[in-house]
Design a binder for this molecule. Sequence first.
Ligand SMILES: Cc1cc2nc3c(=O)[nH]c(=O)nc-3n(C[C@H](O)[C@H](O)[C@H](O)COP(=O)(O)OP(=O)(O)OC[C@H]3O[C@@H](n4cnc5c(N)ncnc54)[C@H](O)[C@@H]3O)c2cc1C
Length: 389
Amino acid sequence: MTEETRYPILEKKTPVTDVAIIGGGLAGLSLSILLSKAGYKVVLFEKEKYPFHKVCGEYISMESWKFIAGLGLPLSQLNLPIIKNLIVSSPDGNFIKSGLDLGGFGISRYFLDHQLKEIAVQKGVTVYEESKVNEVIFENEIFTVKYNHGEAFSALVAGSFGKRSNLDVKWQRDFIKQKNNKLNNYIGAKYHIKTNFSDDTIALHNFKNGYCGISKVENDTYCLCYLTTAQNLKDNNNSIKEMEKNVLCKNPFLKKIFTESQFLYAEPLTISQISFDKKSQIENHILMLGDAAGMITPLCGNGMSMAFHSAKIAFENIDLFLNKKKTRAEIEARYANEWKHLFEKRLRNGRFIQKFFGKENATNLFIRAIKPFPFIINKMIKATHGHGF
Ligand SMILES: Cc1cc2nc3c(=O)[nH]c(=O)nc-3n(C[C@H](O)[C@H](O)[C@H](O)COP(=O)(O)OP(=O)(O)OC[C@H]3O[C@@H](n4cnc5c(N)ncnc54)[C@H](O)[C@@H]3O)c2cc1C
């Protein structure tokens, strides 16, 4: 069936697509590949140019392995570090070690997103790079997507534009209107480093009002990534270096890493205004995916799997709509319900853990108290993870 017969109203508009995807991170790219493999016409807008770095801990839970391999990325041939152990340290340097039941693997976003984009292009997705979407209008069952180089028309739109974008602000989504609270106004920073650390372990080092993850990715490189409050930076004259020296390095593990490692970029990659507040899964008939639908705290190390998994359920619903098996209203309701069923509990648990881990004394006490019972850590991880999909 051609797009003209499917959507007679689109006949005079070009370019015409089945689905326009806004944002080419993990959620958007994986959705584009699934749709293109199923024979749909897809256009994906990404405001940056691939390859590019992203603030992310780069530890992916094993629950996504099969899905990513199914997209066409031969993970088992890439010699990636497989991560089976966890160390959590408190700001005072006490620590607990535990095996990870499910575990994960390390891969940089620079490499992963670029590879997925290449697969998307091979499968026939039209990828517009350096193309920032500024507005989406839904009228007479058609979406008009306005971006910095023109307009595109489509039957469906997926919003996979990450944690916080110009569109969130333009549409004044609820989380944007929230006043500062314990779940928003965080900053994130990331470095790639060469250091002396185990291949199969992820460490989570806590410090006052934040935590820092370290684990291996490809090319003998480690990802060092931390999250803290904007207030922490403000209290240190808005200087990242001062904050790292005065706050992070009070944890002896972090002091060792910061003084003995080779940093591959002088300045970290940073992002601000990160919010873990609730978000909606449908906005003006647009299906929201990945972080744009709801963000789990990085402490749980599972945002990337949620991005992939949300793309899978979005694909199944979009397929039903484009095959005329379900109406637009039906797939919107189904998608939002499935999303909530899969992720709402994890997000709630993640928010709870996040509130707890920010406090210096509470974290010190907590690590001391559970040291003899490392299985508790695995229970907490399970509460924020799902199963393979
Ligand atoms: C500090 C930190 C550490 C983390 N560590 C981990 C971890 O170790 N493991 C894990 O699983 N998860 C981690 N996460 C979470 C993970 O990074 C996200 O959940 C994941 O990247 C979400 O993917 P996404 O596709 O939804 O969004 P993204 O990967 O952010 O992609 C969104 C894309 O949309 C583009 N975009 C935005 N606006 C527009 C526009 N208007 N037009 C066109 N393009 C646009 C952006 O350029 C971007 O490429 C971490 C997050 C943070 C903040």
